[in-house]
Write a protein that binds this ligand. Structure first.
Ligand code: FE2
Length: 346
């Protein structure tokens, strides 16, 4: 009886070993076939169609690691030359500028990126490239705001706007970049004056994200929200119960500054172990096919010229873009933060 039990136990160990060996082989196989590691501060759902299409075309497997931009930057910094990151993909030029300052990127020589991404939306030292565009716009209630109140960003300092404006916190990078762009266009003194008065016009203390500001216009807490274009476009496109029927979009513009444009973008990591694949991926993201996905699914504006847009998006492209070179934002970022703090924008 004891002999039989021993044989069964040995057999069990034998099978157990085989299973462990097979699982390890599978693990190494998967690890080896991970041909591109994308550290992404964008939600996977926004990148999924782009990745699927790239994988199908190239047979390069994209492994996506998603987290907040500052967490990814910190992680890549900590990992140093041992990092597995090949690309850092994020939104807002200020975050790309920060990653560049921390020396995370390497310069990329690519005619495709150079020709497809306009100069104002790529790094002058070839370390980051814009991949899609968004504008920072006014969303307002058509019955509570008159047409002659709708001008450029500076007009929001007028006392007519008292307790009517909704905007998120100054901690947010979208606001920081907008203020940097304002300093560049209007100068420091005018921007400071603007911020002092603008702050007094808030309908409430800043809270929530851009979508929450739009919701607060619907609920009547304020009359106008300062938000990124795609938030409004997404809510509008999916507005089955017609909640946004009285809301309209205004593209701010005056003689000194047109509508602020910002980017989502990416750079290749200095210690990338899959440089060629990383370059292929970035070059894929500026193709007509990928740009169409950015526009149709993410409702962002294409970075390339002459892309045919959907009927829906075509309703929102007729505006004057501010042509500020986004490299300039780096010069005013610190000043913008200081001014926002000084003038009490929480
Ligand atoms: Fe966003």
């Amino acid at each position: 009886m004891r002999i039989i039990t021993n044989i069964i136990s040995m057999r069990f160990h034998y099978y157990f070993l085989i299973i462990i060996t097979l699982l390890s082989l599978q693990f190494f196989k998967t690890a080896l076939s991970e041909n591109l590691n994308l550290y992404s501060a964008r939600q996977e759902v926004l990148m999924r169609d782009l990745i699927n299409s790239f994988e199908k075309k190239t047979n390069i497997k994209v492994n996506i690691i998603s987290a907040k931009a500052n967490q990814l930057v910190e992680r890549i910094e900590l990992e140093g030359k041992y990092t597995r990151a090949d690309i850092l993909l994020t939104v807002d030029v200020a975050r790309l500028i920060d990653a560049k300052k921390k020396n995370l990127f390497k310069a990329v020589e690519s005619n495709i990126l150079h020709e497809n991404v306009p100069r104002e939306y790529r790094d002058k030292d070839k370390k980051w490239f814009g991949l899609s565009l968004r504008s920072r716009v006014f969303v307002y209630h058509q019955d509570r705001v008159s047409q002659n109140e709708l001008k450029g960003y500076l007009s929001l300092m007028h006392k007519n706007w008292k307790s009517r404006i909704l905007v998120r916190s100054s901690n947010n990078v979208y606001n920081q970049s907008l203020v940097s762009a304002m300093i560049s266009n209007y100068g420091k003194d005018t921007t400071k004056k603007f911020l002092t008065s603008f702050r007094k016009n808030f309908a409430r203390d800043p809270s929530g994200g851009d979508r929450d500001q739009i919701r607060a216009v619907i609920s009547g807490e304020g009359d106008l929200a300062l938000v990124n274009s795609y938030y409004y476009l997404k809510m509008k496109k999916n507005d089955k119960s017609n909640k946004l029927k009285d809301l309209r979009l205004h593209f701010p513009s005056d003689d000194k500054m047109k509508t602020h444009m910002n980017i989502s973008g990416a750079g290749i990591i200095k210690y990338s172990k899959n440089y060629d694949n990383a370059l292929k991926f970035l070059e894929f993201l500026v193709t007509t096919e990928a740009q169409k996905i950015y526009a149709d699914i993410n409702l962002e504006y294409p970075i390339i010229d002459n892309l045919e847009l959907s009927q829906f998006m075509s309703n929102y492209i007729d505006f004057e873009r501010d042509n500020l070179n986004l490299n300039t934002i780096a010069n005013f970022n610190k000043e913008a933060l200081l001014l926002m703090g000084e003038t009490g924008w929480q």
